[in-house]
Design a binder for this molecule. Structure first.
Ligand code: MG
Length: 330
């Protein structure tokens, strides 16, 4: 472990995992934390509990802002464990001199997103720090959800299960990067930032068996698939041409040398279901996004590994992202 923290330690990939396991897990170790799911399942499986901090730069971007992100981020982690988001806290750290008009705009978008989830903010905190002590505004939200579907876990994947993605990937990362670098886009590229509870509810109501769900935030789809392969000790084989990527995202990746699979998302999630439920699951996901796709399958070929299969028949390992991806993406 390095002597000092680097930006790579916040990348949602390999270095981030190292930081968590070597410092936080080491001291906080307990059975619930050890599970490393999207949210902690507490009170005999009745409640899901999760927290997230938001430092995105810029604060406003195409399709969203830090307020929308701060509600989606926490509510989505609850939804990914089959829970209905209910109660949130909202804690803000504001830099002296920040515009009250912009602050209210951000809080208004939080309210709008809370309504979509049917959740409310029941506790909060505000801190104002001198100019330069923080960059404009940071938000933390913590949430409690009521579990409506039990047993979802990253460690439940078994041979031949199907892996799906709910929509095209990488648009949040590509949008933030373009906004930050002032890249003028002629396309209508915008963040995928969305509350996922309505899609999760539709899956639950359909009666299909949900094995695992995870939103592909920092570290992108690559991180989720690697975390699952590792947690379940299985191989995940992905068909490269089945991964939906918008042309504008592909263009930005080619221009800047990014992998769309590593880019952060805020409304894209990976779903694992038994093979017998894959068609029904795809139908439900397609009601929201026609780009939903069955991207791969669980196998036992290389346990703990993710394999990317190209349309040419070649195979390569897809690893956990490493290095400084895009800091302050969420
Ligand atoms: Mg998550």
């Amino acid at each position: 472990m390095n002597k000092t923290i680097t930006l790579a330690h916040g990348n949602g990939g390999q270095e981030n995992n190292e930081l968590i396991s070597k410092i936080f897990y080491k001291h906080f170790k307990n059975d619930i934390l050890q599970k490393s799911e999207d949210s902690a399942v507490i009170e005999d499986g009745k409640l899901a509990f999760s927290t997230d901090s938001f430092t995105v730069s810029p604060l406003f971007f195409s399709g969203g802002d830090i307020g929308k992100l701060s509600i989606c981020g926490t509510c989505n982690d609850l939804a990914m464990m089959g829970a209905k988001p209910k109660y949130l806290t909202c804690s803000v750290i504001i830099e002296e001199g920040f515009s009250t008009r912009e602050l209210e705009k951000i809080v208004r978008s939080m309210k709008k997103e809370l309504e979509i989830n049917g959740a409310i903010v029941v506790s909060g905190d505000t801190k104002v720090v001198p100019k330069g002590a923080v960059d404009k505004l940071f938000i933390n939200t913590t949430g409690i959800g009521e579990i409506e579907y039990s047993g979802i876990s990253a460690s439940n994947l078994k041979d031949d299960m199907s892996i799906l993605v709910n929509r095209d990937i990488g648009s949040h990362g590509a949008t933030i990067f373009s906004a930050r670098e002032g890249i003028e886009l002629e396309s209508d590229l915008k963040t995928d930032c969305t509350s996922l509870y309505p899609q999760v509810k539709a899956l639950i109501d359909s009666g299909i068996e949900i094995i695992a769900m995870r939103d592909a935030t920092r570290g992108g789809v690559s991180a989720v698939l690697n975390e699952w392969a590792n947690a379940s000790n299985v191989c995940i084989e992905v068909e490269e041409e089945q991964i939906p990527i918008q042309d504008s995202v592909r263009g930005i990746c080619e221009m800047l040398g990014f992998e769309a699979m590593d880019l952060a998302n805020e409304g894209s999630f990976i779903l694992a279901v038994p093979k017998s439920d894959e068609v029904k699951a795809l139908e439900i996901l397609r009601e929201t996004h026609n780009t939903s796709s069955i991207i791969g399958r669980v196998s036992m070929e290389y346990k703990g590994k993710v394999i990317l299969k190209s349309s040419w028949g070649t195979k390569r390992f897809l690893d956990l992202p490493t290095g400084e991806l895009l800091p302050r993406i969420c």
